[in-house]
Write a protein that binds this ligand. Sequence first.
Ligand code: ZN
Length: 251
Amino acid sequence: MRIVVLSGAGISAASGIPTFRDALTGLWARFDAERLATEAAFRADPALVWGWYRWRAAMVAAALPNAAHAGVAALADDGHDVVVVTQNVDDLHERAGSTEVLHLHGRLLASRCIGCDARCEPDPILAAPAPPEGGSREAPPTCAACDQPFRPDVVWFGEALPGDAWDAAADAVSACELLVVVGTSSLVWPAAGLPDLALRNGTPVLEINPMTTPLLPRADAHWATTASAGIARLRARLAQTPHDPRTASSL
Ligand SMILES: [Zn+2]
């Protein structure tokens, strides 16, 4: 079965990855996300913003995939054709073994020159020394080609999503037989519009989320459970009805 898994912060919470806003602690507590996650904020104070992202990247690098990431990867082992579309900037889907992962909001473990998009190996966002616990201000490295600073390869407020990832995600959702929406508030657009693409095609949409979200009234089924329990239940259902997405995802 062709399955798209649309994932958000809830799938990584059990790995200890704080949500975007929960990462505003300690040194960063007096800033709001909008003051750290825009190009204007970076240009005004590159060391502040780079330091915050270096600290978050170090947390992700130290975290491990959890049972939900493993369960999503196992769907492919079960014989399904799986594309993961994630709003998360961590790499836990990849480390759990998923091979097709589209990052709608960029990647925390990567950086690029703000002037010419050049990259550097190894990526300086993970360069030694690791930031101290809690993070610190740190000047970003500058590009050897154009002398501009390196920036995190994430999508900031006011920026468009990476066009290739978005197009591939829309294509995958349009072509899938089952859309599983897991651990996302369904509040952040345009990613929140992907389920509508599936619903318009008559494709069943299963939402796995312990919380109520704006998608709930429109989803074909809503399992109010954790990401790991929900994915495990989905795998069990699909093992019984491997060719019937509607039965597999029903309540
Ligand atoms: Zn450059």
